[in-house]
Write a protein that binds this ligand. Structure first.
Ligand code: GDP
Length: 368
């Protein structure tokens, strides 16, 4: 029987199998006198937090805990995948606590984006989803844009209370926290530690605030709607935008189709000639064809001309599901969760979207 080691840093059971899972330590770490997990190791030696993912069950426990605290909750979402990163249900658990909503990765949107319009849209969408945040902020944690401004807002809105940072995995929570931690560097009095969530095996990072209160970084939950589940890591890099998105304009006639690599498709089924503006990773290829040829192109060229998915991922690629939309007389965005969106400026149009089964597709008032 194997010996079970416990991390001296956070108390989690140490395992050496799954690098992405909680409690991972490289086998060599077991030879040391004091055994700590990789996450605590990085925190201790590099002042850096790592993200861990968790189950829906554990996440519910965390939400439940938040409702019983008196705290400011800072909810981080990915501005490029708002619905996918939203964390449904949070508003039902926060109780009387105030929520500061932070939309990260704003650097991905074109510089010409109207920020006030975007903020209004975020406020309205939050409200439609049942949340009335105390404030809404735009941020680029990666570029450091507005990070300090948000840290100041947190200090103002918390009114002496603790702070919990929550967000789906991949929204940039660690990038944000790591920037804040760097602000503490050199301050010997301050000690960043980890502590347990009651009733779970999960730990959070505790950053001391100057009045004796604490900022807690909670583990993120996996976003189930994302494309990320259907393609491999290399392909994910292609579809994840890293730089400011260059919009691609297509003037389409009725009967034309766009393929977004092999991951999504949009048919312009009915309407006057219209402009469609695509906002996807700059490395993702868009193919235009006719609707009547689209099925054949897809079945013959998925995995090569239409790639990603590549030759490997194509083997267990899910079936495409059809979503039908009617655009009346406002500018809308057709959103493929975790992939991108198409801004449509026209009226009385019929548009048919296809996406892999499980990937969310929706229409929203345009943010552009
Ligand atoms: P977490 O899972 O929420 O902790 O997210 P991470 O901080 O690990 O970030 C997830 C991915 O998003 C990484 O590839 C980051 O480089 C990237 N990322 C984080 N913040 C930003 C940002 O402000 N802009 C952009 N473009 N990417 C970001």
């Amino acid at each position: 029987e194997e010996t079970q080691y416990i991390c001296a840093g956070c108390g989690v059971k140490v395992q050496t199998e799954d690098k992405m899972a909680l409690g991972y330590a490289p086998p060599s770490a077991l030879q040391r006198d004091v055994i700590i997990c990789q996450r605590c190791f990085r925190l201790k030696h590099y002042n850096e937090v790592q993200d861990v993912s968790l189950t829906d069950d554990d996440f519910l426990k965390i939400l439940h805990t938040l409702g019983q605290k008196r705290a400011l909750i800072v909810k981080i979402v990915d501005v490029f995948d708002f619905n996918g990163s939203w964390l449904n249900g949070l508003h039902r658990f926060v109780g009387k606590n105030e929520v500061l909503l932070v939309a990260n990765k704003v650097d991905l949107l074109p510089k010409s984006t109207n920020r006030n319009k975007l903020l209004n849209w975020l406020r309205k969408s939050a409200s439609d989803l049942g949340l009335k945040p105390i404030d809404v902020k735009l941020m680029s944690a990666a570029k450091g844009e507005s990070v300090l401004d948000i840290a100041n807002s947190i200090d103002e809105y918390r009114k002496g209370k603790d702070v919990y940072i929550v967000g789906a995995t991949n929204v940039g929570k660690s990038t944000f926290i790591n920037r804040i931690i760097r602000e503490f560097e050199g301050d010997e009095e301050q000690m960043i530690t980890t502590s347990h969530f009651p009733g779970t095996t999960l730990d959070m990072i505790d950053i001391p605030l100057d009045d004796g209160q604490t900022l807690y970084d909670t583990p993120g939950i996996i976003n189930h709607h994302q494309m990320a589940h259907y393609i491999d890591k290399k392909e994910l890099k292609i579809i994840t935008p890293k730089k400011e998105i260059k919009p691609i304009v297509h003037q389409l006639n009725e009967g034309q189709t766009l393929f977004f690599a092999g991951l999504a498709r949009m048919d312009f089924a009915k309407g006057e000639r219209t402009s469609f503006v695509s906002f996807f990773s700059n490395e993702l290829k868009i193919h235009r064809t006719k609707i009547e040829k689209a099925d054949e192109l897809f079945s013959n060229h998925l995995g090569d001309l239409l790639s990603p998915p590549g030759t490997e991922s194509v083997k267990d690629f899910p079936e495409m599901v059809k979503h039908t939309f009617r655009v009346k007389n406002n500018k809308v965005d057709l959103v493929y969760s975790g992939l991108g969106f198409v801004s449509i400026n026209g009226s009385g149009l019929d548009v048919i979207a296809y996406a892999p089964k499980g990937v969310h597709v929706s229409i929203r008032e345009s943010i552009m």
